[in-house]
Design a protein around this ligand. Sequence first.
Ligand code: 4AD
Ligand code: MG
Length: 433
Amino acid sequence: MVIVKIDRMAGTLGQTIVIEGWLYNVRSSGSITFLELRDGSGFVQAVVVKDSVSNEVWEATQKLTQESSLRVTGLVASHPKKENVFELQVTAIEIIAIAPEYPIALKDHGPEFLFDNRDLYLRAKTPWAVLRIRNQMFLSITNFFHEQGFIRFDTPILQPTSCEDTTQLFQLDYYGEPMYLTQSGQLYSEAGIMAFGKVYDFGPVFRAEKSKTRHHLSELWMMDAEMAFFDQAMNMDTQEKMIKRMVGDVLKNCVEELVILERDTTILQKLVNEPFVHLKHSEAKEILAADGFTIDKLDDMGTEEEIYLGNKYKLPIFIEDYPFAVKAFYMKSYVDEAGVKRAHNADLIAPEEGREIIGGSQREDNYDTLLNEILTRNYPRAEYEWYLNTRKFGSVPHSGFGIGLERTVRWITRAHHIRECIPFARMVNRNRP
Ligand code: 4AD
Ligand code: MG
């Protein structure tokens, strides 16, 4: 007998197969029992008809509890009501382990309870759908970069300096010396492009942000991309192509997951074919002011502002040229007509309340300007000498960006909270299990 994964059942119509998995749900109507099985690859209904199976099989069926593990043999048939859906007409059941009463019944539990039991909650349909979409997004991004001629360049997780805001560092003791968990691999990627041209990394980064929001994790996964001889326009173009590729792949390959999540895909389908919106930071603030917001023209974008713009345009929006003062030290800058020092940068804001999913910029490539900024911000110069070498020996115009995977998963799946978008979330108020 062949063991078949649920997502491969379509090719076995009319055959007798074995499914190895767990009992997700059970429904009985007297002489028929409907078992909902899951095996990791999907969910399927298995029908046990009392009159068509042996007494042993019928009795085994009645003993099964939620999350018991089992092997089920049966004939693959078309689902009587749903198109392109299959069911199993059971002939035999082998119980592997009967589970005691499962703490997560298939009724509504509060989110705190579900996340206190995340190890078990992972088995439910919503986490299954969200984390499979996350997997697809990871693959799409990785494939995209390989096709575009990037090489994967893994940057260190233990770093002696900060890349972004120095107030958000996790410090640890490294053989008696202070060391930090990485906030982004960017600075190392900049050294990487001087050797390889175009590089990306993909790994966990850490932000000691005490924000208890639905958008912040302390440990998140970031993909940093860096490109030699790219200006900011080429940088944004790469980001747009990457997002389109990723969304297109999810729409094509994650149909069942999107259905489970009841995701309205209108905007996702639209953005694959339409150019993204570009707004200067100053323009965005003016639009917000005209629409009734009390704004600060020289400040970062606020949460409500990002959400509002996303809802207004219903497409991803590049907000360009932020005031340099609210951005990181490494960005290339210019002074505008009004005398405001601005960065050659853009944050990409996702629609549908996705907020900022990408931060990117052209990098300052002048040695003296960059050194001056490091000194102005009181960063320890000695620790940045290696980084300054990228500007000392054959400096080139270059750009890059970082995409936060969970922020992006949250947008694509429309998960309520970012903690749903990573297997085991680490936040200011949660670090277990
Ligand atoms: O905008 P950020 O801070 O940019 C950088 O770290 C650059 N060095 C990246 C680069 O140019 N290579 O972070 C990039 C993205 C954000 O847009 C957001 O999606 C995500 O990382 N992010 C977070 N996601 C969840 N929780 C947090 N606390 C996050 N902080 C940043
Ligand atoms: Mg940012």
